[in-house]
Design a protein around this ligand. Structure first.
Ligand code: URA
Length: 236
């Protein structure tokens, strides 16, 4: 097998993200063939070398990929210090899975859960411009002028941001709004509407990229197909 960097190996095994893996290495918690390694950038051969983290053997895990229609009342982290329910608890898997990106506690909709860090990075990296489609219920009808501004571009924390498209799915109902964006920033939709003093009462992500939850009831999930996985992995 071709040698790979130790931090890449650790993250591929689901031990931690690559950055966290570097920290584990610097903390002297990782050993290769019985010797503690503290230098970053060390390469190992997964087929020959024996890697231990805190004295426990680390082995590559089979990659798993799920699309969940997230219900309300779940956090999109693997653990929660306040003891709230996590999205990973909804998935039957023994792998070290984590959610790809964030959805707010009460936001519902499309969320990918996997143990593949490379896949996750590709899906959320701004360069790959995977489109997110959200259905938002606002506290008051969206004014035409505000819609135009959100489409033209506004400044959010000093950075120009915009919705690619805005639709009203129900006739003559300007509180229910569908927005299209490639931005994955924290609270993006709520903050965009917040600029014009709209409160988002309900938020649902209909899709991320080509992965839609239109056929998945809220709270249920399915495995991604090999074609879907490949399609994401072949992006840059
Ligand atoms: N934008 C938000 O404001 N919240 C989400 O959960 C997702 C996008």
């Amino acid at each position: 097998m071709t040698p790979i960097r130790l931090n890449k190996f650790l993250s591929e095994c689901g031990a931690a993200s690559r950055r966290k893996s570097d920290e584990l290495i610097l903390q002297g918690r990782v050993s290769v063939n019985g010797k503690v390694v503290v230098e970053l950038g060390r390469k190992i051969d997964p087929a020959k070398d024996s890697i231990l983290l805190d004295g426990e053997i680390i082995k590559p895990e089979k990659k798993v990929y799920f699309l969940l229609n997230k219900p309300k009342g779940y956090v999109t982290t693997t653990e929660d210090e306040k003891g709230r329910k996590t999205v990973v608890s909804l998935i039957k898997s023994n792998a070290k899975i984590f959610p790809v990106g964030r959805l707010d506690y009460n936001t519902t909709g499309a969320l990918v859960i996997t143990n593949d860090g490379d896949f996750a990075n590709k899906l959320i990296h701004p360069r790959n411009k995977f489109q997110r489609v959200y259905l938002a219920l606002l506290d008051k009808p969206l004014e035409f002028g505000h819609k135009e501004k959100l489409l033209k571009g506004v400044f959010l924390e000093g950075k120009k941001s915009k919705f690619i498209r805005v639709e009203f799915p129900k006739r003559k109902d300007f509180k229910n709004v569908r927005v299209f964006t490639t931005e994955g920033k924290y609270h993006f939709v709520k903050r965009m509407f917040g600029l014009f003093k709209y409160n988002v009462k309900r938020l649902h992500r209909e899709s991320i990229g080509f992965l839609s939850v239109a056929d998945l009831p809220v709270g249920s999930y399915r495995k991604l197909t090999m074609q879907e996985v490949k399609k994401v992995l072949k992006t840059n």
